[in-house]
Design a protein around this ligand. Structure first.
Ligand code: NDP
Length: 296
């Protein structure tokens, strides 16, 4: 890594409670790099200037979060295939002096999921997504990334959302990229057989709109997942959401949103630095910060 170019910024508004500086600064230290990561509060009118600043020698790149993930697409020099399909940029890195807009959320989710499958190879899901049916709850930004990743890995993806029209629009758009995605209602999806359920709504999140609730289905419907199915909740606080508690009680394999959060950060770190991310250190930094307070 060029020791002159060593700063990464998070473009956010507001930026106060981000967990990423803890995770990424721990990664720079552990990798022995002179990098520094800091969160910048960038109001929308200052976004173009902040992106142009990244062209300077002092910057390795950036992370991008709410509310800039879509607006930034028009300010970089090129977009990766993932950023185009997901429709949002969460990472900017440099290639031959050009700013590349990328998205690591989907691939980060998939890497977290593979960890889960590897930890329990006896389950019916057994790690292979090819030919499996995944039911995604939610049709917001995170759902887009998760659906893109799962469909790209060979799963057949069904998407259900409180606002069913939003799910239909999302499915139509991702299908137009050649991905096997369809909108569905939860009961019909379950009757067809589902091996993987992923909550991508903010239901169950501490301090969120429906803390303490299950997203779009009840415990009885959860019991209709295929035997050996996996249930992932991308919400990471609380560590055990109501959905994960209900799924574990029924004997399903479960995972919260922490692995996705760590792995999207690890992939961004590697894009900026070209160095393998110290994943264990990043996970520990994040876990201790979550135990103490903060948001994504
Ligand atoms: P969005 O605002 O884009 O989407 C929110 C989604 O939640 C929509 O599908 C919305 O449905 C649904 N929703 C909200 N309230 C309710 C409710 N009361 N009942 C049913 N559905 C509801 O948010 P994101 O997609 O960016 O994030 C979703 C969640 O994922 C958040 O909790 C976030 O923290 C988490 N996340 C985790 C990541 C990780 O790395 N682990 C990464 C990114 C996000 P509708 O369309 O009907 O309004």
């Amino acid at each position: 890594m060029n020791q002159q170019a060593r700063k990464v910024v998070l473009l956010a508004h507001p930026a106060g409670h981000s967990l990423s500086p803890d995770m990424q600064n721990a990664a720079f230290r552990a990798a022995g790099l002179a990098g520094r990561y800091e969160a910048l509060d960038v109001p929308p009118e200052a976004l173009e200037g902040a992106v142009n600043d990244l062209r300077g020698e002092g910057y390795l790149g950036a992370n991008v979060t709410v509310p800039h993930k879509e607006a930034v697409k028009g300010l970089v020099d090129a977009l990766t295939e993932a950023a185009v399909a997901i429709g949002a940029v969460n990472t900017i890195y440099k290639e031959d002096g050009r700013l590349i807009g990328h998205n690591t959320d989907g691939a980060g989710f998939l890497m977290g999921l593979r960890e889960l499958f590897e930890a329990d190879a006896t389950r019916a899901v057994a790690g292979a997504l090819e030919g499996q049916t995944a039911l995604i709850l939610g049709a917001g930004g995170a759902a887009r990334a998760v659906i893109y990743a799962l469909a790209g890995a060979g799963a057949r993806v069904l998407v259900a959302n409180r606002d069913a029209q939003r799910a239909a629009r999302l499915a139509a758009e991702l299908s137009s990229h050649g991905l096997p995605v369809a909108a569905a209602q939860v009961p019909e999806a379950l009757s067809g057989g589902v091996e993987l359920l992923v909550n991508c709504t903010s239901v169950g999140m501490r301090g969120g709109p429906a803390e303490g609730e299950l997203p779009l289905l009840g415990a009885a419907e959860l019991g209709k997942l295929r035997e050996g199915a996996a249930v992932v909740d991308i919400v990471y606080r609380p560590a055990v959401t109501p959905l994960l508690a209900a799924a574990a009680a029924l004997g399903f394999l479960t995972q919260n949103g922490l692995p996705m959060l760590v792995m999207q950060g690890a992939l961004a770190f590697e894009a900026w630095t070209g160095v393998d991310a110290p994943v264990r250190v990043m996970r520990e930094a994040l876990a201790s910060r979550i135990a103490g307070g903060g948001t994504s």
